[in-house]
Design a protein around this ligand. Sequence first.
Ligand code: TXA
Ligand code: MG
Length: 328
Amino acid sequence: MNYGSGMSQHSRIEILSASPAAIARAARELAEGGLVAFPTETVYGLGGDATSDLAVAAIFKAKGRPSFNPLIAHVSSLDQAAALVEIGADAHRLAERFWPGPLTLVLKRRAASPVSLLASAGLDSVAVRMPDHPTALALIKAAGRPLAAPSANLSGRVSPTRADHVAQCLDGRIAMVLDGGPCRVGVESTVLDLTEEPPTLLRPGGVTAEELEAVLGRPLRRALETPDAPRSPGQLASHYAPSLPVRLDALAAEPGEALLGFGIAPECVLNLSPKGDLDEAAAHLFAMLRALDRPDYLGIAVMPIPERGLGLAINDRLKRAAAPRSPS
Ligand code: TXA
Ligand code: MG
């Protein structure tokens, strides 16, 4: 793909093993308003200074993301989050139990919050999360500011779970990616909106709804099928999409299709988890969708995934990958 002659300030993206020296270099890049991709336990993020309108604008540009879609501010401590948003009793309990980890909380923006209004798309709420990855936490600390970080892929496409996935889609658009190996969880964080009652699940993810309900002591509202304008771009019908058409609940491949298996599946090309383990399947999901997204296949057929535990997040992403594509 040609991004325009001489328009970009970056030529080749650098893949840096996440050493202390590389993290220090990445932190300097961030302090100067640059962008750095970094590993988290869920997927790789495309990070920039969440308090800088210019850095946030550069994130939207690099991703080709519609700017009305707000970003998550990543923090390395609860105190840092408390400077950005109002942490009520529910948020406090959830953060104590699940942070660092794959849970994003949408909370009321503090009047003096330094988070760029562009990052929160002009909303009076801000999404915050503390990622459970040593490189991510070290980078946020070294940068000394919250990092806005959407998944490090082009808007609407499959999220990256390895540094080379980031390099494939963002080469020429950002200076560097810190390589922390494959992501442990493999699907994005759960997004929970605590600004209204009952708390609303905006995106299923690494922490399950049942786990949240157990801590909150009351049921969540599931906002996933809301037909009106999405509040969370993870709610857009077509999202997380490979180039090939995706067919769900397939028991066998049609001619020309590649079968993505789950459980015992002798005919499949790749298997999310031969032993039928949902955590393992989530960790493999995006990498295997990418691997099968090849011009020598006509489509990707995916075997049924049980709707429990991380299966909810997997099926949510698969449904969107299979949805009719919105013109982009
Ligand atoms: O696991 C993750 O969450 C990854 C890693 C990099 O941390 N990040 C990620 O970011 O998936 P992104 O930008 O792809 O998804 C952020 C989600 C979107 O669905 C967005 O609409 C929602 O969070 N969101 C952010 N701010 C919000 C707000 N103020 N109100 C409602 N939804 C919000
Ligand atoms: Mg994303």
